[in-house]
Design a protein around this ligand. Sequence first.
Ligand SMILES: Cc1cc2nc3c(=O)[nH]c(=O)nc-3n(C[C@H](O)[C@H](O)[C@H](O)COP(=O)(O)OP(=O)(O)OC[C@H]3O[C@@H](n4cnc5c(N)ncnc54)[C@H](O)[C@@H]3O)c2cc1C
Length: 347
Amino acid sequence: MPEHLHDVVVVGGGPAGLVVALGCARAGMDVVVCEKRTGVIDKACGEGLMPGAVRALTALGIDPPGYPIEGITYRQGAMAAHAAFRAGPGRGVRRTALHDALRAEVLRHGVTVLPIAVTDLSQHGDHVRAGGLRARYLVAADGLHSAVRGLAGLSEGRTSRSAGTPRWGLRRHYALAPFTNAVEVTWAARSEAYVTPVGPDTIGVAILSSVRGGFTEQLAAFPDLVTRLSGAEPVSSVRGAGPLRQRTSNRVAGRVLLVGDAAGYVDALTGEGLAVSLATAAELVRCLRAGRPSDYDRAWKRTSRRSRWLTEGLLWARGHPVLARRIVPAAVRAPRLFAAVVDQLAR
Ligand SMILES: Cc1cc2nc3c(=O)[nH]c(=O)nc-3n(C[C@H](O)[C@H](O)[C@H](O)COP(=O)(O)OP(=O)(O)OC[C@H]3O[C@@H](n4cnc5c(N)ncnc54)[C@H](O)[C@@H]3O)c2cc1C
């Protein structure tokens, strides 16, 4: 019997992979997902869905439980600048809740999620092979440290020009009523703390830093936050990720297409990873439906450009101590400019 040929194999059952699988299934394609982890998946994430991500999920009929977010507050010492979202609400959503909602919808569409860790890839004239499966196309959605990206020859090493200072992220949850219904970002000398409400009695604390260290050690750079968290019970273990910056030479190599963090990542400091993953996943499905996978790289660049440029700009300022100290004061002094930047992030 001839070996089965799927239309699409998706490697990675995180948000990007599941949204691609859903789009392919809804378009009538034969799609299968390989996910190395089983059960409901958690991940180091700030868990703030920007308004654009909430809208994209709503358009897919997905409505994960969470806590409404109406804007972003930047803090430094006694200074605070706040900008409200003008493009509708965002939402703080536990990654477990997001995964549960996406996976349920994918399974409802009859997509099989196989417990396979993909470690091989070979491309042939009219198909690709990986993880013991054969498909016309393979979508690599295997996250920040994508193995498939390397196997497809699309990873770009660090160059002295592009390297910058590596940054890492850590997160933990606490049983505490949200302080506000904004994402609060507190800036310290070499790190930022992001407090995101994810439920009426739970907040997430994510710390992004250019120095490595444990969560408690990193938290010590934010004495006000330490005071506010004192006595609150941690309700999740610490999870980490990094280095955050990952460069790719292209998003397409033959029959392999990259999406989500696997497609390249700048930093989490603008909190747009999920919004960009969802938007580029939709573009990828559009290109496959049109039978034009080679159009996807251009579509990815166009769709992610605003986010990449804003994140690169802010990261550049963050990397210069004199400028970094002036980010929050500038947001306080120029509230309209701050609101305009937040608007761009929220789209
Ligand atoms: C500290 C931190 C804070 C962040 N804060 C925010 C935020 O507030 N808002 C926001 O929008 N974004 C945020 N992000 C970014 C966001 O988490 C990512 O952009 C998002 O998770 C990307 O989704 P993904 O599906 O591409 O990757 P992932 O969620 O990483 O999923 C990849 C999946 O692939 C699977 N996998 C990996 N290798 C293989 C393999 N070989 N075979 C099979 N399966 C495999 C993994 O098990 C995983 O389930 C943050 C990131 C970090 C690190």
